[in-house]
Write a protein that binds this ligand. Structure first.
Ligand code: ZN
Length: 130
């Protein structure tokens, strides 16, 4: 079963909490035990799992990514978004979730984040449930 939803990002770089959207999509499939692959079909975005209790965590992640991979740095890629491509590859385009009793297993402090590195834009998220 394949589910899909759009997200609207509001900044150039942003970690957007999509935990509820992912949970709802998985719930709609009716699958009780299995695997969900959350995938973003973009070369300048990613998806990751990290703490969503304290918003300072996502700010720190973005701050350090932006420090390590600066927006301007003599890149060869002429489109002007080389940093976004690099961040996308470091974070990755997919995550796997284990579904138990109809819900993904997440730790108490874990949330699922869409990672925008070249926004603001409207983006897609796919969820394949097996
Ligand atoms: Zn590019």
């Amino acid at each position: 079963m394949l589910k899909e939803f759009n997200v609207r990002t509001r900044s150039k770089t942003e970690l957007l909490d999509i935990t509820n959207e992912v949970f709802n999509a998985i719930e709609e499939t009716g699958v009780k035990e299995g695997i969900a692959i959350v995938y973003v079909p973009h070369t300048t975005a990613g998806v990751t799992i990290n703490e969503n209790a304290d918003p300072s965590v996502k700010r720190d992640i973005l701050m350090e990514l932006n420090k390590v991979i600066p927006f301007d740095d003599n890149y060869s890629h002429l489109e002007g978004n080389a940093a976004a491509h690099i961040k996308s590859s470091i974070i990755g385009a997919s995550i796997n979730l284990i579904i138990k009793n109809g819900r993904p297993i997440l730790g108490t402090w874990q949330g699922i984040f869409f990672c925008e590195f070249d926004g603001p834009r409207t983006r897609k998220v796919f969820i394949k449930v097996l």
